[in-house]
Every structure is written in C-alpha cells, then in structure tokens.
Design a binder for this molecule. Structure first.
Ligand code: C5P
Length: 323
C-alpha cells in the first residue's frame, strides 16, 4: 500500500486527547530579556490531573470553534484567542488547509492557576487536530508549533519530567525514579502570568542596585534537586523545591501565605506556589498523607478546592475511541 507523504486519512469520528497539568519543582528566573521574556531553569513535573480536548469534524469552511466545561470555565475565552483554537489555526496554516474543527475542552486543571491548563489545551488541540485531519505532523514540528503557542506548551506535549531552558521551551527529558504524591490547593480566582513576572522584576528592582534586577544570576538547575528526582526521594526533593516567582505571587495575593502554612501544619514535607500561582502545591510523604492534607485544607477553608495527584504523568495522549 502506498501513501502520499503528509496526506494521512482524516478521521470521521471525534478524537480525544488527554493532557496533564504540571508543577514546577524548581523555577529559577533570570533577568528580563529584550523580548519581554525571562530566561529560566524550569524543572517541570507532569501530574495526573488532566484536561481532555476533543476535536470533532466540522463542515468545510466552518472554521474552528470551542466549548468548555468544568470549574471556572466562565473565565475561559471562547473566541480566536483561546489557546486551543490558536493551536488549530497554527496547525492548519502549517498544512495550508482550512482550520475546520469543533473543539471541546473538559477542564480539570485549574484555570489561570499556574499549572499550565491553557498550555495543556493548546498541546491537546494540536495533537487532536493532527489526528482528526490526518496531517501526520512530525514530532519535531509539533514541538516547534507548541513553542510558538507558549513557553509551557512543549512540556504539556511531552509530559513526564523535563528541564526547560530558554523561556522554558527548550526541553531536556529527566529521569524520575519513583512516584511523588502531591496536593494542589486551588485559590479563589487566578493570577495573570505576565503580572506575576512583572511583580518579580519590581521586587528585584526594589532591592536596589547591586542586589536587584541587574544582579540576577544565570538561572541554573539544582544538581541536588535533579538527583532527588532521579532517586525518587521525596524528602530530598521537598528540601530542594524552589520557585523564584513565589514572593511575587504572594505579594499579589498575600492570603497564599495562610494556605501554605495550613498545608505544612497538616503534614506536608514541603509547600510551594505552583509556577506563577495562585495554586499552592504540597509534597506529601505518601498517598495517605496527601489525602489527609487535602482534607485539612478543605476543612480550614483556605482554598476553593484541594486535589490529590501523583507525578510523573504521561504527556498528551490520544485516547482510544469511546465504545
Ligand atoms: O509563553 P507564555 O505565553 O506562556 O508567557 C506568558 C507571559 O509570561 C509572557 O508574555 C511573559 O510576560 C511571561 N513569561 C516570561 N518569561 C518566561 C515565560 C513567560 O516573562 N520564560
């Protein structure tokens, strides 16, 4: 059987892709670059909290549309700015075709929570449309499209654990020697990622010349933290978790301090803000401890919801068709 290169068979039935959330076990932020981004040493860990993106056939010329269900989805834009729609547009442009697709997102990842929910939807839409349209985009090209869509989108595609350099998009996969148990406390409302980076720069400037934004060292991954991931040692990982954006997130939302304190009191090995926040992440010793920390966080009313999850989790995956 012969196939024409690049022309796969379009699926007539919907394609669903499952995509994980992430937590940054280390987020070292360098100085502000001329392009408005920051160089990072970003150690990503995917966790088994998932969004599902379904791509269904649309009429020729209909263009892309999106619907969204789940907590806080009233904050998700449903126009051409939606990251999943932008992913469909980018893939269609790459293949010189019309972006005809009906997208549906089932959200479990907190919206604007610092867990790469929007990035997950972009990676999911890219993979789902590629399967629906039969465009068979090579992996390297999918990763390049992901990087155009956002700094965290390539990691949503690959999952597992990885070191992200550059603005976070240049990935090196990392070995992980075990499963880590987490609790995620979802805050009321979200934080804007650019606003948190701006606040980080402002706090650094406030420290004055010599100590502030001009003196930011080159961000480097912590060798001990990478060793903790490799060995699956939760206590060692806990002792080395680090997020340079945490002071900025707390400065914008001071109540996060209480959330972090309650989870720590409830037995977490360590607590930190996830990425740009405001979701707080708690590393637990085991599954039972994670369940207890989540129970206390809910009972103390310091978050809107608390989820347990484990990592690493696989990246964006096409699910088998529903029966
Ligand atoms: O890449 P993404 O669109 O997710 O980035 C959103 C915003 O976060 C950027 O416009 C920038 O303000 C900030 N950002 C940054 N440095 C990075 C990644 C993101 O300053 N490495």
């Amino acid at each position: 059987m012969s196939t024409v290169q690049g022309a796969g068979t379009a699926a007539r039935t919907p394609v669903t892709v499952r995509v994980p959330a992430k937590v940054n076990v280390q987020l070292a932020v360098g100085g502000l670059r001329p392009d408005g981004f920051h160089d990072l040493a970003n150690v990503f860990l995917a966790v088994d909290l998932y969004d599902e993106v379904t791509a269904s056939p649309a009429e020729p010329g209909e263009g892309p549309s999106v619907t969204c269900r789940g907590p806080d989805t009233d904050q998700v834009p449903l126009d051409r700015t939606n990251l999943a729609v932008r992913a469909a547009d980018a893939l269609a442009l790459r293949h010189g075709r019309s972006p005809d697709v009906r997208l549906h997102i089932r959200k479990e990842i907190p919206v604007a929570g610092g867990m790469a929910g929007g990035s997950a939807d972009a990676a999911g839409a890219l993979l789902a449309c590629d399967a629906l349209w039969g465009t068979r985009t090579p992996r390297e090209e999918l990763l390049a499209l992901c990087a155009e869509l956002g700094s965290d989108v390539p990691f949503s595609l690959v999952g597992g654990a990885a070191l992200g350099r550059g603005r976070g998009e240049l990935l090196t996969p990392l070995d992980v020697g075990g499963s880590f148990h987490w609790v995620f406390a979802v805050a009321d409302g979200g934080l804007s990622t650019p606003a948190v980076y701006r606040e980080c720069d402002r706090l650094r400037r406030e420290r004055g010349p010599g100590a502030g934004v001009d003196a930011v060292p080159e961000p480097e991954p912590s060798p001990v933290l990478l060793a903790a991931l490799r060995s699956g040692d939760a206590k060692l990982l806990a002792a080395n978790l680090a997020n340079d954006l945490q002071p900025a997130a707390i400065s914008l939302l001071p109540s996060l301090d209480d959330t972090l304190a309650v989870g720590t009191e409830a037995g977490a090995l360590a607590a930190l803000v996830s990425g740009s926040g405001p979701t707080c992440a708690f590393l637990a010793e085991d599954a039972a401890s994670a369940t207890e920390i989540a129970r206390v966080l809910r009972a103390e009313d310091v978050c809107r919801a608390a989820h347990t999850a484990t990592g690493p989790a696989p990246g964006a995956t096409v699910l088998p068709p529903a029966e």
